[in-house]
Design a protein around this ligand. Structure first.
Ligand code: GLV
Ligand code: MN
Length: 230
């Protein structure tokens, strides 16, 4: 009879392992209605990621921001700017696993290749036309696949968690997009900035080999100012 139970137990363990994998794919589920983040611990009652404000002291403003009403200033080296509405802006997002950003683009503006270590992003174009894309991880035998699309007003595109992606304004006017994330704090790694602008700098021997570049090209790149648009 023991042998009869084994497959059932194995199946149950597989389901459990699969569920655990799914559960750790985004921010943890909230353990209460909300948990307004607070810095002054005199008024803190729980700890769950950040300190939480006593729910009796929470107000509508803890769940509100008007920050995305305003166009960002795109007069910068990449011609785009990301304005985040994450838990640092809306403390009521704490533990809820979502956030927003608005992205403004000048004509030819680029949101440079970057990744979000903690979130998938869903992106909608509100104005203009954008050439967008992402690259897959190192798929065996198939290299890194590029998925691209030109998006117009109202179009939606998804950038899966952790994958390098970008958006370029290919229209003649300014463009505007809204990005939603499956994390209260998705994080951003802008690839060029992280690789060539780290502090302290990465040993040039690493970069010459990794990027198959001459020493003086690496030296030149490491001396550039790497603007952070987010
Ligand atoms: C767009 O990709 C963004 O992260 O704002
Ligand atoms: Mn992004």
């Amino acid at each position: 009879m023991k042998g009869v139970h084994f497959p059932v137990t194995a199946a149950a363990l597989s389901v459990l392992a699969f569920t655990t994998l799914l559960a750790s794919a985004s921010d943890p589920d909230p353990l209460q209605d909300f948990c307004v983040a607070i810095n002054n611990t005199d008024f803190a009652v729980f700890v769950n990621g950040k300190f939480c404000k006593d729910p009796n002291l929470a107000s509508a403003n803890d769940f509100f921001s008007d920050k995305l009403r305003y166009s960002g200033n795109t007069s910068n080296p990449v011609g785009s700017i990301v304005t985040a509405a994450n838990v640092d802006v809306i403390p009521g997002l704490n533990t809820l696993g979502i956030s927003f950003a608005r992205v403004d683009f000048a004509p030819n503006g680029l949101n440079p290749p970057h990744t979000h270590p903690r979130a998938t992003e869903i992106f909608i174009v509100l104005e203009g036309s954008l050439y967008v894309g992402f690259v897959t991880s190192n798929i065996n035998g198939d290299g890194n696949r590029l998925f691209t699309k030109v998006l117009n007003k109202g179009d939606v595109f998804v950038f899966p968690i952790g994958l390098i992606h970008f958006q370029l304004n290919v229209g003649k006017t300014n463009a505007l997009a809204l990005a939603a994330f499956g994390s209260q704090n998705p994080g951003v790694i802008t690839i060029a900035n992280a690789v060539f602008g780290s502090k302290p700098p990465i040993n040039p021997d690493v970069l010459t080999k990794a990027f198959q570049l001459d020493n003086n090209v690496v030296d030149y790149l490491q001396k550039q100012f790497w603007y952070n648009n987010s």
